[in-house]
Design a protein around this ligand. Sequence first.
Ligand SMILES: *[C@@H]1O[C@H](CO)[C@@H](O)[C@H](O)[C@H]1NC(C)=O
Ligand SMILES: *[C@@H]1O[C@H](CO)[C@@H](O)[C@H](O)[C@H]1NC(C)=O
Ligand SMILES: *[C@@H]1O[C@H](CO)[C@@H](O)[C@H](O)[C@H]1NC(C)=O
Ligand SMILES: *[C@@H]1O[C@H](CO)[C@@H](O)[C@H](O)[C@H]1NC(C)=O
Length: 635
Amino acid sequence: MRYAALLALLAVARASDPSPVDNIRNTFYDLEDKLWKNVTNPEWSSSGIGGDVELTKAFVRFDERIESVPRPPRPPFDTWLWLKLVEKSQIIDGYYKNFVEFAKRQAVPGSVPAPVREWLDLAEGVLMDPKASVAQAVRKIHDLLEHGDMFRAMLQEEHPDLCELQLSPHQLIYDMYNTISLTEIKGYAMMQFSWMLLRIYGKGNFTQEASLTRQRYGERTSRTAAAARAALAMARRDLYRCDPPQHKLGETYEEVTRLLQGYIENEVDMNSDNTCRENCGHYTLAKHHTCFKEQFCAQQAACKGRIIDCNYIDSDMWVCRAAKTSNRRYEWIEYENGRTLGKPGSCPRGTTKVDSWWRWLFWHCSYCMCLCDEPGPDSHRYFSLWDATSDVKNNKVVTGLRLVKHGRVFHLQISEGTLGERGSVTPGSWVPLQKFDITDAGLRDGVDYHTMSFEERAIDLDELDSPTGYILTGVRFRMIGAHLHFEIRSTPFNYTTGRLSPARSQWMSNDNTEGAEVPRSRLELVRPDIPTRSATALPVDSKHDQYIEFTHSDFEADAAQSTVPFIDIQPLEPIKGSALISGAGIIHRGTHGSGGFIAAKLFTYNYSRHIKAESPPAFVEADVEKDLVLPASNF
Ligand SMILES: *[C@@H]1O[C@H](CO)[C@@H](O)[C@H](O)[C@H]1NC(C)=O
Ligand SMILES: *[C@@H]1O[C@H](CO)[C@@H](O)[C@H](O)[C@H]1NC(C)=O
Ligand SMILES: *[C@@H]1O[C@H](CO)[C@@H](O)[C@H](O)[C@H]1NC(C)=O
Ligand SMILES: *[C@@H]1O[C@H](CO)[C@@H](O)[C@H](O)[C@H]1NC(C)=O
């Protein structure tokens, strides 16, 4: 019983929450009813008030309402269908411009009324111009929409540019619907004003024509809205950045550095007795003890952390060492048996010959290929666990998201904008980072930041959306077990007024773990080279409810010198910060043979339940279908 009552309440809330253009259309129907009452009222028309001037005043006031609707960005297409629609829209927009200018001149107090002929020309042009009337253009737009099934077509096509435009297909369909509907409303309003003018000037009765116009328009718009709503319900709402034309460190991407790095160490230096009694495979977890006889160990910086997973490859090798300023230790390594790690080529600083040796003929002091896990000033492996939230007290919502690195700490950064009525957002700016270094007083590992390590280097890949009626107001990382885990904050809002209810904000996440009954699945990197070397664009290869581990790049491809995935730091801010955003996620873009990128994604708000064009009630009790006066095709 209570449930039924709640449902009824929801149904009411739904019907009263139309999108801005649907709302404007309803407003116009009301205005039209009132105006027709005046126009058909003999007392009003004989009372000596200039009916035409009254009408123009009402029209100018309505135009102000139309102008207050945020201009949707023009969808970036060049299909035949869309160009046809644009062409028809231009006819309407052209008339509308004239109409508004004319009406504004007439509405100025004390202005000399234009000759009747001029009014009539305008009205007749709108309704009956045989070449290009507004009536015809409005009808044509509906035909194009229906026969081309424009909105559905949008779902089927692949839109590679959406990534660059930072538009979701959902947002695109919504913008299209708004653009078209607003044009139609202008056309329809002009038609009704024209009938009223003709009536005022005694050119006929026209209530039936006007009624028919309204009925036809009402039917067509409700069909258009239904088609748009159906397409919106299915359209993808996620968006993310694709590969930039050129990868630039610090601009389009950043790297976790020296987490697990390929490292050459001789067995003799990895035990406290300086012996060579074991083999490389023995050293699964070791550390650097000494530099025996100042051999190769004296020429490179020792691994000051843990040495992990050593392997013997070959006895002797040439090593091309990297520059001191590089995050790499080696550019490439070539073993005497011909095996190479990394991409051998020129070596600006000259190669170093590194040879293992025998001790007492039966102990081989081998150079091993290991991994070095070395936290410290040279390793950028820290992630902020602080919240990044919009200023909900001042009604601000998240409008953009990016990953950034400051010093050696990675952060989530948001941009915020002010939420307004019916889903409008006034763009604001990027919320300044709460910068810190891990050495700052009072900061705690695991509370304020997370340190990646051999054991704790997983990041959860989740795509999270707010429940209906909620909007995105924050993001953060949190630790769940050994995983860096992504969360969103959702805040309820009133669509009609745009007011947030900050007190009812909640953090949401997908708390599934690897150990659960249906475990979170692992995204494997296959022989990952560094992603900036990829010759092709990297597609999104992660799904919701996965995780990935930061690891070293492939030995063969890169001598395991880099940490992958890299971090995509391109800002994601659809329509310059004026899009309504309901969700966010952390994804991976990559493919076999590439370490790929960790990147952010956003979900634009689901507008479908606000799209509603209801057929207006007939406003004159005339049986329009029976007494058609003009050919129906004109409306
Ligand atoms: C209808 O006419 C009355 C009387 O002149 C006026 O007060 C009213 O504003 C008019 N209605 C509209 C919608 O313009
Ligand atoms: C003319 O319009 C009035 C409304 O003002 C309506 O009542 C009447 O039926 C119409 N007359 C004809 C002939 O259609
Ligand atoms: C959007 O909302 C509608 C109903 O409000 C729902 O049916 C649809 O599945 C949602 N679409 C998406 C893509 O989330
Ligand atoms: C939104 O706010 C309006 C105006 O205050 C109110 O009438 C309406 O009931 C609210 N809607 C919801 C769903 O709370």
